[in-house]
Design a protein around this ligand. Structure first.
Ligand code: S3P
Length: 424
């Protein structure tokens, strides 16, 4: 993909469905009794990997664009797949499904693409083993492929060393099959879509501070899910609207769950012109239209408990900081090193390539704003969020920017370039 400087972005966009919520809707619908209709499903490669895995375990799932119908098999109705489950690039599929598979009465093998098979799975192997699960890293390196021999599980309490919704969800989903209440405490609250959605499927889940506790149900009951727009996807256009001169963009129907809305807090701290309209409280998963206008920005410090609420947005927040006056410090974000790529290194390297004064640290980065950007050839290492971040950089740089392997945006945002063009 080739990009050049934009004269301004104007118009409105319907942001595609939330990736985290789309995964969970398919998983929980598959385990429920009855039919779950999902609307505004994210038809990105990651969520399609989740559909594929459950189809291979005998669940009838019909997809018509953003409408998905899941004919659930019930909590104990999954069938042994006849082949390895292909989780593609999706960490969420891998870590959440492992919790479910640990409690089945059959064996499975999970494997993904080159990037996925390098990501740490010890973080789920440890708590699952604490519950009595039989799960092994086939190559002995703590990564996928994973072999999971389903078995009876013991209830447990797990103190997670990382604020990770994937770890928390894995343990809670294994808890569906445990012999009593299972709880997870995390160092800071990560996204709570699992807790909220399990409740709407009739499961008792209690949340106190950073501890979530699940009581294993007899069955899960199907329900319909309307997926809000993904704030992580919307953030590319929030940043684009703020840094591109002469811009005004309305992003419609975006999920603003407080465990995901850190970007809005950062925008406020940086002095950005961002307003929320049509705020609707959909029972735990509120949505709003987000209106952004070109803004004069100032640097800020981002760290501590806000980090899990904006973890996927940090690469594009770093770009935002490059357009702010003064210094922005991002800290407490070492988790970025184990995402689809090492996002600290890759974000900083590519920013520097485009002329930004950026330095990587052990747990984040420091960006001094104000340098003009120049076009560059960007290697995104097949990381969708890096490709989108540097596409937005490209429309704010002198000269041409080329994003290599830009098709990787399909992982979370297949219509990204189409929507970007519609605003020019
Ligand atoms: C996700 C949790 C986050 C996030 C990922 C989606 C989820 O990962 O980065 O894109 O859906 O639970 P961690 O739980 O590893 O922080």
């Amino acid at each position: 993909m080739k990009l050049t400087k934009s004269a301004g972005l104007r118009g409105e966009l319907s942001i595609p469905g939330d990736k985290s919520i789309s995964h969970r809707a398919v998983m929980f619908g598959s385990l429920a009794k009855g039919t779950t209709h999902i609307s505004n499903f994210l038809s990105g490669a990651d969520c399609l990997s989740t559909i594929d895995c459950f189809r291979k375990m005998g669940v009838l799932i019909e997809q018509n664009g953003t409408n998905v119908t899941v004919h659930g098999n019930g909590l104990h109705g999954l069938k042994a797949p006849s082949e390895t489950l292909d989780v593609g690039n999706s960490g969420t599929t891998t870590r959440l499904i492992s919790g479910i598979l640990a409690g089945q009465d059959f064996e499975t093998v999970l494997s993904g693409d080159a990037s996925l098979n390098k990501r740490p799975m010890g973080r789920i192997i440890k708590p699952l083993e604490q519950m009595g699960a039989k799960i092994t890293s086939v190559n002995g390196n703590g990564c996928a492929p994973l072999k999971i021999e389903g078995t009876k599980l013991n209830a447990t309490h797990y103190d997670s060393p990382v604020a990770s919704a994937q770890v928390k969800s894995c343990v809670l989903l294994a808890g569906l099959y445990a012999d009593g209440k299972t709880s997870v405490t995390e160092p800071a609250l990560s996204r709570n879509h699992t807790e909220l959605m399990l409740r709407s499927f009739g499961v008792k889940v209690e949340s106190h501070d950073t501890t979530a506790t699940i009581t294993p149900p007899e069955e899960m009951i199907a329900t319909d899910i309307v997926v809000p727009g993904d704030i992580s996807s919307a953030t590319f256009f929030i940043v684009a609207g703020l840094i591109t001169p002469n811009s005004c963009i309305r992003l419609k129907n975006v999920g603003i769950n407080p465990t995901r809305d850190g970007i809005l807090r950062v925008c406020k701290d940086m002095g950005a012109d961002v307003t929320l309209e049509n705020v609707i409280d959909n029972g735990g998963e509120p949505t709003a239209d987000i209106v952004v206008k070109t803004s004069k920005l100032k640097g800020t410090v981002i760290g501590g408990e806000v980090i899990p609420t904006l973890i996927d947005e940090i690469p594009v927040i770093a770009l935002l900081a490059a357009f702010a006056e003064g210094e922005t410090v991002i800290k407490d974000a070492a988790e970025l090193k184990v995402k689809e790529s090492d996002r600290i290194a890759l974000t900083v390297d590519n920013l520097v390539k485009m002329g930004v004064d950026a330095t990587a640290t052990d747990d984040g980065m420091i960006i001094k704003g104000g340098n003009p950007l120049h076009g560059a050839s960007i290697n995104c290492k097949y990381d969708h969020r890096i490709a989108m971040t540097f596409s937005i950089a490209g429309i704010n740089a002198e000269g041409e920017t080329v994003i290599e392997d830009s098709e990787c945006v399909d992982v979370s945002y297949p219509t990204f370039y189409e929507q970007l063009n519609s605003l020019q």
